[in-house]
Write a protein that binds this ligand. Structure first.
Ligand code: AMP
Ligand code: GLY
Length: 425
């Protein structure tokens, strides 16, 4: 089989690495990919938003299966373009990817179908939002409706911060068109857990749990980022939480999408907050998490190609997902200045020390080759995801940090407290 993966971050590296283990697969392409992904796939210089060019490529190379990793092409309708041309593709159509693409849509869906989530109001005008915020309780959460690289959420401690936030999102349009609508949401407290799942339109199979660390700096300080590190499984995702979510969140979401005529096939990522009153859905994503995929996929025992095919064919009920009884921790190594502004093009040192090390996986997010075609250079904010496994979370964390310490470049930084929460268990 020939497989094409669309995207070029750490998540796509993890997907490509997992696909490469399938005995069914002889050739993997990744568009656009990155330097690290070229270890397992042939990278092709086509952008993830160039749908027709990607479909031309898939036709020309007789690709058997295309897997879409990123949110932008999914929300933009890449799956519809591929399907219209008779190409096999894994991911939700545009009318289902809206589950991630519009927070107003997802909140309305949860309300209509009684899926537990924070109370909210949606606003199309900044004046109406400001009037509402005059008499709200604080803290409160403001969310740009559309896609904003995981950064369109503002937690406001005071009325003044909220007023400034409305200006940032709706008037200054810091997150572009994503800020034409605003969701104002009740502030929740609790432990966050990410649960990814495969969906074939009717059946849902959840993967093992994970926890992300969204803030840039140690102790959850600094700005929100795409994610600075993850661990899996989450010890806070107990069997009671799982049972609750199975009953009130997972299947109800799949059924709600069908009831709305928006059948979902692909990955649904449930961002959950475990509050004192029980689990609440913070957000949905219509794809694997990044860097959740980097700790979940190395623990998955199934041939992922079988699972992708079952999702496309509607036979997921015949698949039993299996995960190893170990743990994984991923530490993101980032460029100095991320998530605001940072320089690219620095030489990365130390990668060779981790090559072939058992239980250690370096997934590349933002890297490229120097002109010599072999020296790795930084090429993004999040540069590498250093993942290690271990028989439990403590061991996995020690292994991940031991590995991260081998790598360096000018200005590199990472959080030192990924997985610290497990000390509280
Ligand atoms: P989202 O993109 O919706 O997941 O939001 C990004 C981050 O903002 C989440 O991972 C949470 O840490 C935080 N967040 C989102 N919604 C809420 C909420 N209602 N209460 C408290 N924190 C929230
Ligand atoms: N790590 C969070 C996300 O992928 O959105």
């Amino acid at each position: 089989m020939k497989v094409l993966i669309v995207g070029g971050g750490g998540r796509e590296h993890a997907i490509a690495w997992k696909v490469a283990q399938s005995p069914k697969v002889d050739k993997i392409y990744c568009a656009p990919g990155n330097a690290g992904i070229s270890q397992v796939a042939e990278c092709v210089p086509i952008g993830a938003m160039e749908f027709e060019k990607l479909a031309d490529f898939a036709e020309e190379k007789k690709i058997d299966l295309t897997v879409i990793g990123m949110d932008d092409p999914l929300c933009g309708g890449i799956v519809d373009v591929f399907e219209a041309r008779g190409l096999r593709v894994f991911g939700p159509r545009k009318n289902a990817a809206i589950l991630e693409g519009s927070k107003a849509f997802s909140k309305d869906l949860m309300k209509k179908y009684h899926i537990p989530t924070a109370a909210y109001e949606t606003f199309d005008s900044p004046e109406d939002a400001m009037t509402y915020l005059e008499t709200s309780d604080y803290p409160i959460v403001l969310k740009a409706d559309g896609l904003a690289l995981g950064k369109g959420v503002l937690i406001c401690q005071t009325k003044q911060e909220a007023m400034d936030g409305v200006k940032t999102i709706m008037l200054d349009r810091k997150f572009g068109a994503a800020g034409s609508r605003l969701v104002v949401e009740e502030f929740l407290t609790g432990r966050e857990v990410s649960v990814l799942s495969f969906v074939d339109g009717k059946t849902i199979r959840t993967m093992t749990s994970a926890q992300d660390h969204k803030r840039a700096l140690d102790g959850d300080q600094g700005l929100n980022t795409g994610g600075m590190g993850t661990f899996s499984p989450s010890p806070f995702y107990t069997s009671e939480v799982d049972e609750f979510c199975r009953k009130y969140v997972y299947q109800p979401t799949v059924d709600a999408m069908n009831a709305e005529g928006r059948t979902f096939r692909g990955v649904i990522f449930f961002g959950l907050m475990l509050t004192e009153k029980g689990p609440r859905v913070l957000e949905y994503n219509a794809r694997f998490g990044d860097p959740e995929a980097q700790v979940v996929l190395p623990r998955m025992e199934n041939d992922i190609v079988d699972v992708f095919e079952a999702c496309i064919d509607g036979t997921l009920d015949q698949i039993d997902l299996k995960f190893k009884d170990n743990a994984c921790v991923c530490v993101i190594l980032a460029s100095g200045g991320y998530p605001v502004s940072y320089k690219k093009g620095y030489e990365i040192h130390g990668l060779e020390q981790l090559e072939g090390k058992p239980g250690c996986y370096v997934f590349h997010a933002g890297t490229k080759f120097a002109d010599d075609g072999k020296t790795y250079l930084t090429n993004g904010g999040r540069v590498l995801g250093v993942t290690a496994s271990g028989e439990d979370l403590h061991k996995a964390r020690a292994n991940a940090y031991a590995a991260a310490q081998k790598i360096s470049w000018e200005g590199m930084f990472y959080r030192h407290d990924i997985g610290k929460a497990i000390d509280e268990v």
